[in-house]
Each structure stands twice: as C-alpha cells, then as structure tokens.
Design a protein around this ligand. Structure first.
Ligand code: SF4
Length: 235
C-alpha cells in the first residue's frame, strides 16, 4: 500500500461533498450487467442505457428470450447504443447461450466459491477483462474487491503519486492497491470509492486535460502540485 498523498478516506469525503452521494446507474446483477454492457459501443453509461432501453422494449433479457429473438431484430434494437450493433447482437446470443447451456441459466449461482474461480467464469464472457470482473463482483455484493473504474484508473494515481503511468495495467494496479490498502474491505465502502472516482474521472479529472482549477482536491493532489512546480520553474 502506498502511503503517499492525502488519506483516501479524506479524498472520498471531499468528492462526496462536491458531487453528492452516488448510486450505480446500471444493473448490478451479474448477468444483467453483462447484457447491459453490450447494449452500447463504445461502452459508456449513456450509450449502454440507450441500447438497454431499446432492447428491453422488444424483449426480456432472460437467456431463452434473447435466444428466441432473430439476430437482425436484436441488432436493430441495439443500433441506438452506438457502433457495431450486429456484432453486439451476436455477442448477446453468445452470452445467453453460455449462461443457459454451461451455467444452468444461473450466472450468479455459478459465482459462489473462491473469488478466483468466479473471476475466471466472468472473464470467459466477451469484453469482460479484470476491471469488468472486479466491477461485477463488487456491485453484485459477491465480494468486496477493490474495483477501479476501467476508464479512469488515473484519478487515484494522480492524486496520490502525481503523473499516472504510461502502462494502463500498472496504473490500474496502483489505483487498486490504494483502495485495497486504505478502504475497509466492505462492499458499501468500496462501491462508494468506485462511484466517486468514476464521477470525478468523467467530470473534472479527465484523462486528457484535467480541469484542475475547478477541482476540490487541488490543495492536496500530487499531480496538481507537480504541475504548479513545473509552472514556477518556467516563470
Ligand atoms: S487537481 Fe487535477 S489531477 Fe488532481 S484530482 Fe483534481 S482534476 Fe485530477
């Protein structure tokens, strides 16, 4: 665990004061989440939500129901979620078939047991890598893993260490270590951390061109301190 930077609990308190308490805006059941995740591409909350609404207006998402809908009809429903709707329709068929044929129609029921085994099952689904598996395990309440939003692992690394690393995997791991080391291993506490970091990464601490001047954390952020030192050196 890194002891650099401000205590994470204080960082989260400040973010919560700034943004308010956050709630997940996506389905938290494992199977539903995987379906929702394929409703938009590129996957974002807004794109997935658009596709999800359109999909669930034409069919239920239970495996048998998805398998019964012709692929072109699924693709047409998913179009509103963004690119490659035909491919996403095929992926939905694949997901539904796997849950039905290999997991007895019950993905959650197959995720009992060691977390490593649950993670392995989840990663067999298309487009689910470690960050997605972590998010599913945490938000379904299966395990209080230190999940980090896949599109903004840089946030905590900037705050605690300064510049994020060039390698995505290293940045993700450092953010995960920070949560693991400083946030109680409790589903609610770690969901709160995930949601606030996600909100901040999408609003002010964007991957490119972060809006540091408007940020409530600038007094304690290592990245911002480095930026200021750089400016003074040039002055
Ligand atoms: S000061 Fe800048 S880099 Fe630091 S958390 Fe805020 S937006 Fe991100």
């Amino acid at each position: 665990m890194s002891k650099a930077g401000p205590p994470l609990k204080e960082v989260l308190d400040q973010l919560e004061e700034f943004y308010g308490a956050e709630e997940p805006s996506w389905p938290t059941e494992p199977y539903e989440f995987i379906v929702w995740w394929h409703c938009g591409y590129p996957a974002s909350d807004a794109a997935c939500e658009r596709g999800w609404k359109s999909l669930t207006a034409i069919t239920g998402i239970e495996p048998d129901k998805l398998l019964a809908v012709p692929t072109p009809k699924l693709a047409a429903a998913l179009k509103v979620g963004g690119m490659v709707p035909e491919l996403r329709a095929l992926r939905l068929k694949e997901i539904a078939a796997r849950v039905k044929d290999e997991l007895g129609g019950d993905l959650r029921g197959s995720l009992v047991g060691p977390v490593s085994a649950a993670r392995k099952i989840l990663k067999k689904f298309p487009n689910i890598a470690d960050p997605g598996a972590d998010r599913i395990l945490l938000f379904s309440g299966i395990d209080a893993v230190a999940a980090v939003p896949s599109n903004c692992p840089h946030v905590l690394v900037r705050i605690l260490h300064g510049q994020e690393r060039e390698n995505y995997g290293v940045t993700y791991r450092e953010a995960q270590e920070a949560i693991d080391g400083q946030i109680t291993k409790n589903v609610a506490a770690r969901m709160r951390a995930f949601l606030l970091v996600k909100q901040h990464g999408q609003t002010l601490c964007k991957r490119t061109n972060p809006k540091c001047e408007k940020c409530p954390l600038k007094a304690s952020c290592a990245y911002y301190a480095g930026k200021r030192r750089g400016r003074s050196a040039l002055a």
